[in-house]
Design a binder for this molecule. Structure first.
Ligand code: FAD
Length: 405
């Protein structure tokens, strides 16, 4: 019998486990993960950027948690000796019509209380000599880290505090009873006082397995990358982003220096025909049928038909992908790019075709469901974990002496 069972050993589930031990130091926690290791999905397939929070609506969880979370992530990495680099990034306008959008973004960054600077062409050339831009925003607090390493440290700390990480264990059904939860898994039954769903690409299914039908569905969007050939890495000093399309939540292909020293270019955003489909050819009939029979998807598709088609063209044409990258760095050539592993984003989509913009957490009877935790949830993970734990009601069936409130 556990106090808390967390479904999902990605960075959000693991940070939630850590936050539980802050509030309930003697609690018994189990993290249930279907893969043989932690952080094998979104957390292990991302750009590794510590975001600042500049893009997000002021007051939203994303804006607040990215700002606070980037600081907590940095503190955590410093405390535990995890390699990271607060190298800063530039968001670059390459066309005249992007300059007003850059201004809007700058204002938003100020509203989000960030220390950012507008810079002109000369300063931009000093920071990123190979970038072609009319103007830019410099975001000094952005950085890079390997979130797989962060997650492994979270898991280690949970185990040190007496928690368990059960790998190779898939949650299939959840029964909430009056004062406990029975969780049926591929490895037998687990009982807990409360279950916390942090299942990322499967969070809607895990919520449904507990009897909660939300008004949203997870739609998987694959993000494909190239890497720069080692001899071309000099073209990118740190992080170079385009001005995002304000209507389209994904950020546009960008350049990211990874903590390993490699330089990634991407990701794009195409519908994945499988929730955990990392290759173009990956396909799962159930996953695809769920998307294609979902009204919300068709509403979204009709709204973003043009952007969607452009993303597909870029997915199949390296030439087009290169062309997008050349807007930022004209010197880049097709030959400089080597295909790199992709990631799949879990984006919650409502029935009305609107993407759920913010992080979204719903409360069940004996459960909490993190239903939407897309980017910048890795950056914000420590703060999301704290927020989830704040919502745990003080339950009579948790031993009183365990509580620190
Ligand atoms: C291409 C890409 C680039 C990104 N770049 C960045 C970035 O630079 N910076 C940033 O902050 N964020 C970035 N993100 C977002 C970030 O990676 C995610 O928001 C974050 O990793 C979400 O973590 P999670 O724990 O919710 O999900 P996940 O990491 O997907 O973890 C969920 C876990 O639940 C497990 N699970 C699912 N169902 C079950 C079940 N039934 N039983 C047991 N286990 C189950 C899965 O196996 C998985 O391990 C990016 C994402 C992608 C895809």
């Amino acid at each position: 019998m556990f106090d808390f069972a967390i479904v999902g050993g990605g960075i959000v589930g693991l940070s939630t486990g850590m936050a539980i031990y802050e509030r309930f130091p003697n609690a018994k926690v189990v993290v249930i993960e279907k893969e043989p290791a932690v952080a094998q999905h979104q957390t292990g397939h991302n750009s590794g950027v510590i975001h600042s929070g500049i893009y997000y609506k002021p007051g939203s969880f994303k804006a607040r948690f990215a700002r606070q979370g980037s600081q907590s992530m940095r503190d955590f990495c410093q405390k535990y000796g995890i390699e990271h680099d607060i190298c800063g990034k530039v968001i670059v306008a390459t066309k005249q019509e992007e300059l007003p959008l850059l201004d809007n973004l700058y204002q938003r960054g100020l509203q989000n209380e960030l220390n950012i600077h507008k810079i002109g062409q000369d300063e931009l050339k000093e920071i990123e000599p190979h970038v072609n831009g009319l103007g830019a925003i410099r975001v000094p607090m952005a950085g890079i880290v390997n979130y797989l390493q962060v997650s492994e440290k979270f898991a280690e700390l949970i185990k040190e505090k007496g928690g368990e990480i059960r790998l190779n264990t898939k949650v299939e059904k959840i029964h909430e009873e009056s004062n406990q939860v029975t969780i049926e898994t591929s490895q037998g039954t687990i009982k807990a006082n409360m279950v916390i769903n942090c299942a990322g690409l499967h969070s809607d299914r895990v919520a449904a397995a507990a009897g909660y039908q939300t008004d949203m569905k997870i739609v998987p969007f694959r993000g494909e990358y190239f890497k720069l050939k080692p001899e071309k890495r000099y073209l990118v000093k740190n992080l170079i982003y385009p001005v995002p399309n304000p209507k389209f939540p994904f950020l546009g292909v960008h350049f990211t220096r990874m903590i390993s020293g490699e330089v990634d270019a991407g990701p794009n955003a195409v519908l994945s025909f499988k929730r955990e489909g990392y290759k173009k050819t990956d396909f799962n009939a159930k996953d695809l049928a769920e998307v294609l029979t979902y009204k919300g998807f068709w509403k979204l598709a009709s709204k973003f038909m043009k952007e969607g088609m452009e993303e597909y063209v870029r997915s199949f044409s390296k030439k087009q992908f290169t062309k997008s990258l050349q807007e930022l760095i004209p010197e880049i050539q097709e030959d400089d790019l080597i295909p790199a592993p992709a990631g799949v984003r879990a984006q919650a989509l409502k029935y009305d075709g609107n993407m759920v913009d913010d992080f979204h957490i719903i409360m069940g009877k004996q459960s909490i469901h993190v239903c939407n935790a897309p980017s910048p949830a890795a950056t914000a993970s420590i703060e999301i974990g704290k927020e989830v734990v704040k919502r745990i009601p003080v339950q009579t069936n948790l031993i009183e002496s365990k509580l620190i409130i």
